[in-house]
Design a protein around this ligand. Structure first.
Ligand SMILES: C[S@@+](CC[C@H](N)C(=O)[O-])C[C@H]1O[C@@H](n2cnc3c(N)ncnc32)[C@H](O)[C@@H]1O
Length: 273
C-alpha cells in the first residue's frame, strides 16, 4: 500500500474513536516512518513497508489508547517527555501551575522546593530548567513514575538538582523546603472517566479518595505542619468551595485560586503564616 492508501485506511479505522482521525493517522504514520508530516504529503505515492506493524499502532489508537502511550512520548511546556502506561500523561493545564510557581520562586529567590506526585517528571524538569540554582526533591508512591521520572530527569542532565524519592506525600523528605508544588490525584473514586483515561491511565494518579479532595487536604495539612511557607496545587474544577472552607477551618495567612484556559477553577496557592 502507498502512503496515500494507508492513510485512507487509517482515517476510516480511527473515525469512531478520534475527533481528528486523519490528523492522528498522519501523526502515527509519521512516527512509524520516523519522518515529519510534510514527508507524507510530498511522497504520498511511496510504498509503506511492513504495513502490519503500522496497522497494530492504528488498532491500539482505535481502541482508545492515548497517542502518547503508543509513541512513548508527550509534549509538555517546552520539552518532550518519555511516558509509558503507569505514568500520567502531563496535561496542558499544568503549565499554568508551573508559571504561577515560577513567579513565586523568582520573586522570593527560592532555591529549595519539593514536588508531591512526580509522575513523568514534567513539573520538576520544567522548573529546574527555568532556574539553574533550584534544587528539587520530588516524591511519588508508585514505582513506574519513579523510574520514568528518574530517566527523564537524567536525559535533561538534571539528576544533580532533582532527586526523586519514594514517599507518601512528604514523609521521607528530610531537607529544608521553602515551597511545595503538586498536581495530586483529585478525582472522586466513583467518577466515571472517558475510556482513554479510565482504562489506560494509572488509578493512583487520578483518584484522590471517596470525595476526591482527601489527598489535597492531607497535603495542605502536611505542608502547614512543616512550616513551609508556600503551597501551589492543582485541583478539580468543582473543589474551590470545599477547599476554601477547609482553609478557613485550619487557618492559613492567605490563598488565591486560579483558573485554567477554559475558565474553570483549577488550583490554588497558599501562603502560610
Ligand atoms: C496527577 S499525577 C501528576 C503527575 C505529574 N506531576 C504531572 O503533573 O503530570 C499524580 C501523581 O501523584 C502520585 N501519588 C498519588 N498519591 C500519592 C501520595 N500519597 N504521595 C506521593 N505521590 C502520590 C501518583 O502516583 C501520580 O504519579
Amino acid at each position: 500500500m502507498t502512503i496515500q492508501e494507508i492513510l485512507i485506511w487509517a482515517d476510516e479505522k480511527l473515525k469512531p474513536s478520534c475527533e481528528r482521525p486523519r490528523f492522528e493517522a498522519e501523526l502515527l504514520l509519521a512516527h512509524y516512518l520516523q519522518k515529519d508530516r510534510t514527508y507524507l504529503h510530498a511522497f504520498d505515492d511511496r510504498e509503506v513497508e511492513n504495513i502490519e506493524e503500522f496497522q497494530k499502532l492504528v488498532n491500539r489508537r482505535a481502541n482508545h489508547e492515548p497517542y502518547e502511550y503508543i509513541v512513548g512520548e508527550a509534549s509538555f511546556y517546552d520539552i518532550e517527555l518519555r511516558v509509558v502506561q503507569g505514568v500520567l500523561i502531563p496535561r496542558p493545564e499544568t503549565e499554568i501551575l508551573i508559571d504561577l510557581v515560577a513567579e513565586i520562586i523568582d520573586r522570593e529567590k527560592i532555591n529549595s522546593i519539593a514536588e508531591i506526585g512526580v509522575g513523568s517528571g514534567a513539573i520538576s524538569i520544567v522548573l529546574a530548567r527555568k532556574f539553574s540554582d533550584l534544587n528539587i526533591v520530588a516524591t511519588d508512591i508508585c514505582d513506574t513514575p519513579i523510574k520514568v521520572a528518574t530517566r527523564n530527569i537524567k536525559s535533561f542532565k538534571l539528576e544533580d538538582r532533582v532527586k526523586v524519592i519514594k514517599s507518601n506525600i512528604l514523609d521521607e523528605v528530610k531537607t529544608l523546603i521553602e515551597l511545595v508544588v503538586s498536581n495530586p490525584p483529585y478525582i472522586a473514586n466513583d467518577f466515571r472517566l472517558e475510556k482513554n483515561v479510565g482504562e489506560y491511565e494509572p488509578k493512583e494518579a487520578l483518584f484522590g479518595g471517596v470525595v476526591g479532595d482527601e489527598l489535597l487536604k492531607q497535603i495542605v495539612l502536611d505542608v502547614q505542619s512543616r512550616n513551609i511557607k508556600y503551597l501551589a496545587c492543582e485541583m478539580g474544577y468543582d473543589q474551590k468551595e470545599p477547599m476554601e472552607k477547609f482553609f478557613g477551618e485550619i487557618g492559613v495567612e492567605s490563598y488565591k485560586f486560579y483558573k485554567d484556559l477554559a475558565g474553570f477553577n483549577r488550583g490554588f496557592i497558599i501562603t502560610f503564616m
